[in-house]
Design a protein around this ligand. Structure first.
Ligand code: ARG
Length: 568
């Protein structure tokens, strides 16, 4: 497709003799189409050119000639506004959609690049809470979008399956295992056992030592302890898999922390040789005070390794195994310091520079419920499985009320209920805390998943009324020249650009917002235009636009991990 932004940049670059790349970076998309399709903020050049923005704008305007792509250039408050040729734009967009179909928006920018995405990564024997849900949904969306951009992606679930907590679980099991029914309610039973043994450990040093001993035994390969450890791991994975299945998520690798138990020594040796590790009161540490990053624990004085050491071993392993260009860690912002430390120390590992530069923490905020804070201590942890089921049930109730004869009610309710949760989790900028509220998430008219699905279903029913999807060769796109149609077309044009930004910033909320905009623009188009019309040519053009919107809504939603219902 023609890149109109490039065309604009070329013109400005020529007129100012400033490098194309720099100019590209300054070009903006105006907040509304009345202000043009692209805008150039002239104040960016005020310093270099030593002129007032207004003067620069006037000079540039007189130097820049319009052509077949750019129809008009005007000035508004120090901005230069560019209006592109809408009939060329429309033809470009629909030609491409006709050829690419559901691959419209796909790109090759990732070809030959390896990406590892570490996400979800819950802790074994602990509940999978709504923070993990946000993590999982975020990581999964990134995974899909990177794939769509043709990156070679590996998803890793870095399970928290290592550490004294397992020694504790084993001790608790030995003491009280027979009192629980692990088959029926595995996570609840584990949680209860864990809280109980923790309390005992605090009171009784002897017990705590036995727990540490148990963990040591796991590391040394003791058969009984390993058996119990695997038992707890299997129980948890079974629970987690229920959630992953519901969300349609799977992983390329389940190498969790335990996987690195025999790979930490090498890292330690390397770091010692490099002189990075120092001894402090019997512990091995890395002092990063000079970088204002505190101290990293490599091996505690009792000989046990740490979370950070396992992450360092994982970096070495991933660099060797996947030769990654980027390795993303989707982890809550509480671990900011941890990742800064680990990435700093990784500079001393024998891995390629591109790997060192490619380490990236994709931090995200907390999830709050409007009904109050969730906390383990207060016993108000919302189980993700319950949340997903409740969402489906709520949607099913609405369907039973409004459309009781709908086919495949449960299946459709599932797509809508899950879609609502997925979209709600992604619709907030990563770093902001996200708020979960049923009325917002399930509102069919708000900025929600169900709204997108509703507009999608409308495109389907419009095409049903028309009776056919027009053959593209019969479509005269120049008939789509009203304001609402043109808004839809330029939004369709932006799809790939938005996906590029998502991978540049690791920010799927750009795609959720894009889909809302597309749905809203279509809704305006629908309100202003008769689609079923005696004028066959007009009907075909509008029906084709409708088809295109449905296609992009579906592709975009699929990338987010949200399925489309057939009816609503
Ligand atoms: N299991 C950790 C937690 O729940 C997250 C692990 C993230 N991944 C990593 N490579 N450190 O806090």
């Amino acid at each position: 497709m023609i890149n109109f932004k490039d065309k604009v940049a070329e013109k400005i670059s020529k007129a100012t003799e400033i490098e194309l790349n720099e100019i590209e970076g300054y070009i903006e998309t105006p907040p509304n189409k009345e202000m043009g399709d692209y805008a150039f903020p002239c104040f960016k050049l005020a310093k270099v050119l030593r002129k007032a923005p207004n003067m620069i704008a006037e000079e540039l305007q007189s130097k820049i000639e319009t052509d077949e792509y750019i129809e008009k250039v005007d000035i508004a408050g120090g901005y230069l506004n560019f209006y592109i040729n809408k009939s060329i734009l429309a033809k470009e967009v629909f030609d491409e959609i006709n050829v690419k179909g559901d691959e419209y928006g796909k790109s090759n920018i990732g070809e030959g690049k390896n990406i590892v995405i570490d996400y979800s990564s819950p802790n074994i024997a602990k509940p999978f809470h709504i923070g993990h849900l946000r993590n999982t949904v975020l990581g999964h969306a990134l995974y899909n979008i990177y794939k769509f951009m043709n990156y070679n992606v590996t998803s890793v679930n870095h399970l928290g399956d290592y550490g004294t907590q397992f020694g504790k679980m084993i001790e608790g099991y030995k003491l009280w295992g027979s009192e629980y029914n692990f088959d029926e309610n595995p996570i609840d039973a584990c949680m209860d056992l864990y809280v109980r043994i923790n309390t005992l450990c605090k009171e009784d040093e002897e017990v705590l030592n036995r727990c540490r001993e148990n963990f040591k035994k796991i590391e040394d390969g003791d058969e009984e302890c390993l058996k119990l450890w695997n038992y707890f791991k299997d129980l948890s994975l079974k629970e987690f898999n229920k959630i992953y299945d519901t969300l349609g998520v799977s992983f390329d690798s389940l190498n969790g922390e335990a996987f690195y138990s025999d790979k930490m020594q090498e890292v330690e040796d390397i770091l010692k040789e490099k002189g990075v590790i120092t001894e402090s009161e019997g512990a091995e540490i890395i002092d990063l005070e000079d970088k204002k990053l505190g101290v990293v624990m490599v091996r505690k004085s009792n000989g046990s390794t740490s979370y950070a050491t396992r992450d360092l071993a994982a970096i070495l392993y991933r660099a060797r195994t996947y030769d990654f260009d980027r390795c993303l860690y989707v982890v809550a912002y509480e671990q900011n310091l941890h990742f800064k430390q680990v990435f700093e120390v990784a500079k001393s590992l024998p891995i390629p520079d591109k790997c060192k530069a490619g380490l990236e923490h994709v931090a995200y905020g907390m999830v709050r419920l409007t009904t109050g804070k969730m906390s383990t201590r207060e016993g108000t942890v919302i189980k993700v499985e319950d949340l997903l089921n409740e969402s489906i049930e709520r949607v099913e109730r609405v369907i039973n009320e409004k459309n009781p004869d709908m086919e495949n009610k449960h299946e459709e309710a599932k797509k809508i209920g899950i879609g609502a949760i997925v979209f709600n989790n992604l619709n907030t900028t990563n770093i902001k805390d996200s708020i979960f509220d049923w009325n917002t998430a399930l509102n069919f008219n708000g900025e929600t998943g169900p709204y997108i699905q509703y507009i999608y279903v409308r495109t389907k029913s419009v095409l049903e009324k028309v009776g056919y999807v027009p053959d593209y060769k019969d479509v005269d796109v120049s008939l789509l020249n009203d304001k609402e149609s043109l808004n839809v077309i330029s939004t369709l044009y932006n799809f790939q650009n938005v996906l590029m930004q998502v991978v540049e910033k690791n920010e799927p909320s750009l795609l959720t917002r894009y889909l809302i905009e597309l749905a809203q623009n279509y809704s305006n188009f629908y309100n202003e235009n008769r689609i079923v019309d005696e004028n066959k040519a007009l009907q075909d053009a509008r029906a084709y636009l409708t088809y295109a919107v449905g296609l992009v809504l579906k592709t975009g939603s699929g990338l987010l991990g949200m399925e489309m219902p057939n009816k609503m």
